[in-house]
Design a protein around this ligand. Structure first.
Ligand code: UT7
Length: 325
């Protein structure tokens, strides 16, 4: 049995419908909701987001990202023995989006399940896949973060609807003789459920509660900055590395100001941070995979680089993964 796990391919996908801040502001203004490109850019760094077309589901976005990751890893779908999808916007209440994705990939038999950790979903899913590979429960895992967050947005609430978008990111994680994933650190604190949630559920054929996203942005912001720093330091300590060893920080893409603050605390220049939030807004569980793939495909991230991935989101959940690509 090989003792380590290593990412061997990355992929990502954004649905074709792209709205700039100006496009979205114009649509919102038609319904009496006022915002501006200036406000969105200054407070968040977001310039555009992608929205999936009606009838396009989480598994469809995940499928496109997964196909690219498999191609990059030179692995056939039938050779995958574990599929994990991190999402808060599954196709159905059940079965899992991972099972639907498995079928769309044209394969059957391997373990497939979803992880629900909202914007921390990608680091949660990667950590689970790493643990399963290291125990011999799997040897070639497909880890996907995919979201159609536009379906949860209240377009009358300008404090949230300008922030989020749809997309997917994926990696193939394989058993390896050389270390890839070096350390992980996952946390949750359920007492903060109310600061970021979609407080609805299905019961008796009806949706009860309010199935639209609610967020106390400032509370999330303050918590995020603190816990991301703690998680970063925890994985560095576990792996015996220093912040200055990091080649690339790949944070959850929610707000450029949170990323700047995280980098500053670690004394990393912004030139070592992969930033894609400007192009797709906050895509929740998809964002770290999207940013990782963008960094790899742009040529910035190279084989062997030390990467710090970190996520934070509803739950409240947070975590980090330190790895050599
Ligand atoms: O993925 C999970 C992680 N989520 C996050 O990381 C989100 C964390 N939070 C944030 O990113 C920020 O708190 C926000 C971007 C959500 C908000 O930025 P802020 O600097 O905390 O703004 P604010 O909530 O203090 O609002 C400032 C002003 C308010 O007006 P007044 O009360 O000062 O007159 C808001 O009503 O900005 C107003 N405002 C807007 N104006 C134009 C809020 N949303 C908008 C908008 N357009 N879209």
């Amino acid at each position: 049995m090989k003792p380590f796990s290593r990412i061997t391919g990355t992929g990502s996908y954004l649905p074709p419908r792209r709205l700039t801040n100006a496009d979205l502001a114009a649509e919102l203004a038609a319904n009496g909701v006022m915002t501006s490109d200036d406000w969105i850019v200054e407070r968040t760094g977001i310039r555009a987001r992608h929205f999936a077309a009606p009838g396009v589901f989480c598994s469809d976005l995940g499928l496109e990202a997964a196909k690219l990751a498999l191609l990059a890893a030179n692995v056939r779908a039938q050779d995958i023995d574990l599929i994990i999808v991190a999402t808060s916007t599954p196709d159905m209440v059940f079965p899992s989006t991972a099972c639907i994705l498995q079928n769309k990939l044209g394969v059957a038999g391997c373990a497939a399940f979803d992880v629900q950790a909202v914007c921390s979903g990608f680091v949660y899913a990667l950590t689970i896949a790493d643990a399963m590979i290291k125990t011999g429960a799997a040897s070639k895992a497909l880890v996907v973060g995919a979201e159609v967050f536009s379906r949860l947005l209240d377009f009358k609430d300008r404090t949230t609807c300008v922030l989020f978008g749809d997309g997917a990111g994926a990696v193939v994680l394989e058993a390896s003789d050389t270390p890839g994933i070096l350390a992980s650190d996952l946390h949750a604190d359920g007492k903060h459920v109310g600061i970021l949630c979609v407080p609805g559920h299905v019961s008796g054929g009806n949706v009860l509660g309010d199935p639209l996203l609610k967020m106390d942005g400032q509370a999330v912001f303050k918590l995020a900055v603190g816990v991301l720093d703690e998680a970063a330091r925890a994985v560095l300590a576990k792996a015996g590395k220093k912040a200055s060893d990091i080649d690339w920080l790949i944070p959850h893409q929610a707000n450029i100001r949170i990323m700047q603050s995280t980098a500053k605390k670690l004394k990393l220049p912004m030139g070592k941070v992969i930033v894609t939030v400007d192009q797709h807004g906050n895509t929740s569980a998809a964002s770290i995979g999207l940013a990782l793939d963008a960094g790899v495909r742009s040529g910035k991230i190279k084989a062997g680089d030390l990467l710090l991935l970190e996520g934070v989101g509803g739950g409240f959940t947070w975590g980090a993964v330190l790895l050599n690509l």
